[in-house]
Design a protein around this ligand. Sequence first.
Ligand code: MN
Ligand code: MN
Length: 460
Amino acid sequence: MDELRQKLFYEQKNGYDLIDTAERLAVEDYCRGYMAFLNEARMEREAVAKAAALAEERGFVPFEAGMELKPGMKVYQSNRGKSLHLAVIGEKPLSEGAVIAGAHIDSPRVDLKQVALYEQDEMAYFKTHYYGGIKKYQWVAIPLELHGAVALKSGEVIDVVIGREKDEPRFVITDLLPHLSQDQMKKTMAEGITGEGLNILIGSAPYADEGKDRVKLAVLSILNDMYGITEEDFLSAELAAVPAFDVTEIGLDRSFIGGYGQDDRVCAYAELKALFDIETPSRTCVCILADKEEIGSEGVTGMQSKAFDCFMEDLCESQGVALRRCYEKSFCLSADVCNAFDPLYPEVSEKRSDAKINYGVGICKFTGVRGKAGSSDASAELVAYLRRIFEREGVVWQMAELGKVDQGGGGTIARFMSKRNIDTIDAGTPVLSMHAPFEVTSKLDCYMTYKAVLAAYKDR
Ligand code: MN
Ligand code: MN
């Protein structure tokens, strides 16, 4: 009977029981690189700059339309500094399709409003409008850094980072003391902290003079000293507050990684590393680092934009291939994180189908809400294809579903890729506390996400 069980039952194994010592060392090595990347790339612009720099070190050159593309050539294209396309040209023509991996590099955060700066009761603040799906109560009483860019009337763009270095000041959104919170504590968690209440404390020392708004004036003159900007320049700025936590190992056994923005830079890094490890692939390998996923993949740098199609069409044209011929034979791994089953909150999950920590990269056949709505629902054939290549390449993987039916839901870039007539399926790292200021992944799962992308890129 045991033999029959073994033959007929689907049984999952903990990834640690499937890898040897050499691979455990490879996990550690990979995660060191990932943690360094995550620490530095806290906004999409920073992720693009960092990824492009890493690519150039490995022989990638900026893509130009009309360029002659030979097998093994490595090119990249920055889309307005906020999303990035990279490709390694394969031996086969693009009429055979490309292997695409797409992750996003924007993460939930607290954006500054355009008219942000104000003084209230002799303290200075920034008004904000949050970006992406956040639980607002998680963003108060934690240290914040300021990141982004200010575009001046002259056309010059100034990059801003305050609070990343150890000796730099940081910021905070204050919360009410428990002693006076009896009314606040009766509110729901959705109402306890409001959107308009997410105001960032930025100063209190008044300018040494008479008159109104002396604290605001003092704060502005500091910003003017640092960056040469005025209050009006905030109108054309994209500034955001992100958590000021360093990326760290978590647990006595150091088996987890904790940090901000792992959704989805954990998959972005996996794609980059896999692409860098490919020499001359059979089919052309493409890596997408997309912006705006957290607000619906909108905008010129999101996956609904034609920017990606233009890049692919340019690649195709250089080989005299029609884009639609390439797309219909292409395969896309939509590399985005999934929910990890959390033993502290078992009630929202259906244990058999949720991704588990240390069980490897999670494959989502479908996402969506209320009966899979909004999901591209990949075909059974695609899942079978992944079973085949993952087994061949020793990828530890599992099926993943976003909680119980009708508990909630979500989506990724998969539906926008499949709309292009590209066979697409979601695959990504399971995450605990997803969208929180400090998210947690397991090192083994991070590494297996990289191996999953590499398996797709390597496939002949
Ligand atoms: Mn995501
Ligand atoms: Mn997300």
